[in-house]
Design a protein around this ligand. Structure first.
Ligand SMILES: Cc1cc2nc3c(=O)[nH]c(=O)nc-3n(C[C@H](O)[C@H](O)[C@H](O)COP(=O)(O)OP(=O)(O)OC[C@H]3O[C@@H](n4cnc5c(N)ncnc54)[C@H](O)[C@@H]3O)c2cc1C
Length: 473
């Protein structure tokens, strides 16, 4: 099946929704596709329909508002669809997506990619045990299912998300045994000036921290969990003080718990940008490899625009204005006369991005954290490959992400390297004594998401194959 539209937007988070809504104001047909059932993205994820009533949160209110805006607009929202391939065509792009086991192609003249971020968790011994959950993943469970995780959680990670996870776990009736954060109080004090640009958010964050102290929950500043222990599930964590570069040092200490939420910041989900042919650049200040783009989302691929966290981790506030800028760029590309105040939007985006970049600075892992991954730690979870096996391959001469991948199958499992690529690049950079910015990620290959052979085969039947008659003897 093939359908056509002027503008396709991949991703219905704050960035994609705003891009779609503003572009639709210029009378273009706009389709927004997302693998979640309803718009909202990661930060404004909708609660499960099984939950009838729930107390409002700033995220649920913002989510309802964007969902209403989309449903009242002439934007076509395609939910529960997974984009698995992006191709360029003579007059634009072809987006291939899977919907209920059927592969559908969407032709568009112009494309906005707003696929957001994914979380990074530094591999540590025991991180694959049941009971370990990523910090960002934990927020998805909290928002969608409104349940706490485990009965006694340790949160260990970087940036503001650690305190948000602890606050949500408590709000939903769960217990927090401790918060172990790599940041020091001094890191936070240094981040205060840009945070004052958004006092409402700053005070919200302060309330989370004060609540921990009021409830006598220990907060270990400048520490990290170094090992998760347990037979068949989590029973306790080992943690240590860390140095300036976040190398673990000092004595081993332990906290009993049945669940641990780990997080080492977010990274751009850049593989969809790669498939669209956009060049990447390395920007360690906003999460590592990101697509090359201008402030309004223009890329080096004609007719393809990007916005939101995928373009660099700057948070949901910046994603909204970035979405509007990219939507206007798309409309302008298709010939619209723009009558929105672009300069005002750019200023608003710069302010939001300054705040977001300060949060990213707190969240981005420092090099010492890589020392948490021991020789026997599984790095590639899908294929069960340890750090030692990867290092052996590197020592045998595999000096690029692609050669390590073809040598030991890291990143060849269902996640396609989305979870382990950062750790593998760190290991190659260490072996080559070069900055990680020199370790180029592997080329992206379809499918972007796991897709069944049945879906790809569609109506194909072997009996339909034209078989020529045998030649006469
Ligand atoms: C798991 C997770 C949880 C987070 N939780 C929070 C939080 O609680 N608070 C906070 O401030 N920030 C949170 N963040 C950061 C937050 O995502 C961003 O700051 C903000 O949502 C960025 O908006 P965006 O529109 O750029 O991307 P997103 O909101 O991430 O939206 C991107 C959308 O693209 C869709 N998508 C991606 N690839 C495909 C594909 N191939 N096919 C179909 N759809 C696709 C995704 O389903 C998603 O809905 C979280 C990030 C992650 C990864």
């Amino acid at each position: 099946m093939i359908i056509d539209t002027d503008i396709a937007v991949i991703g219905a988070g704050p960035a994609g929704c705003n891009a779609a809504l503003i572009a639709a104001e210029y009378d273009f047909s706009v389709v927004v596709l997302d693998e979640q059932a309803s718009p909202g993205g990661q930060v404004w994820r909708e609660k499960s329909p099984a939950i009838l009533n729930a107390p409002e949160t700033p995220e649920s209110v913002a989510g309802e508002s964007i969902r209403n805006a989309i449903s009242q607009s002439n934007v076509s929202h395609l939910g529960s669809v997974r984009v698995w391939h992006i191709e360029r065509s003579i007059d634009g792009f072809v987006i291939h997506y899977e919907n209920a086991g059927v592969s559908i192609s969407l032709n568009c003249r112009c494309l906005v990619i707003a696929t957001g971020a994914r979380e990074y968790v530094q591999p540590i011994p025991g991180w694959t045990l049941p009971g370990v959950v990523g910090m960002a993943g934990a927020t998805s469970i909290f928002k969608q299912d409104l349940i706490p995780i485990g009965s006694k959680m340790v949160v260990s990670g970087t940036g503001p998300l650690a305190f948000f996870v602890a606050a949500e776990q408590q709000r939903l009736g769960g217990k927090v045994a401790a918060v172990v954060t790599s940041n020091t109080l001094l890191d936070w004090i240094k981040a205060l000036p840009p945070m004052l640009l958004r006092p409402r958010l700053l005070f919200r964050g302060l309330r989370w921290i004060v609540a921990l102290y009021v409830n006598r929950i220990p907060v270990y500043w400048g520490h990290t969990v170094t090992r998760v222990e347990g037979e068949s599930s989590v029973s306790r964590v080992e943690f240590k003080k860390i140095g300036k570069d976040w190398s673990p040092q000092g004595e081993r200490r332990f906290i009993d718990c049945d669940c641990v939420s780990l997080g080492s910041g977010l990274i751009s989900a850049f593989e969809s940008f790669q498939l669209a042919g956009i060049s990447l650049e390395h920007r360690s200040d906003v999460g590592g490899w990101i697509p090359k783009a201008e402030q309004d989302g223009q890329t080096d691929v004609d007719g393809c625009f990007i916005c939101g966290d995928g373009a660099g981790i700057r948070g949901s506030l910046a994603a909204q204005t970035h979405g509007k800028l990219a939507g206007l760029s798309a409309a302008e590309f298709l010939g619209a006369q723009i009558n929105h105040p672009i300069n005002e939007l750019r200023r608003e985006h710069t302010r939001a991005a300054t705040f977001g970049e300060a949060m990213s600075k707190l969240s981005i892992p420092r090099p010492g954290l890589t020392k948490l991954t021991t020789a026997q730690t599984v790095v590639c979870r899908c294929e069960g490959i340890t750090r030692e096996e990867i290092e052996d391959e590197i020592n045998l001469g595999a000096q690029s992400t692609i050669s390590v991948k073809s040598g030991v199958r890291v990143g060849m499992g269902p996640c396609g390297g989305k979870f382990c690529q950062t750790a593998i690049s760190d290991l190659i950079a260490k072996a080559k004594s070069c900055p990680v910015s020199e370790i180029v990620p592997p080329t992206a290959r379809p499918p972007l998401r796991p897709v069944s052979v049945n879906t790809l085969a569609g109506d194909f039947d072997y009996s339909d194959l034209p078989i020529s008659k045998p030649s006469p003897l």
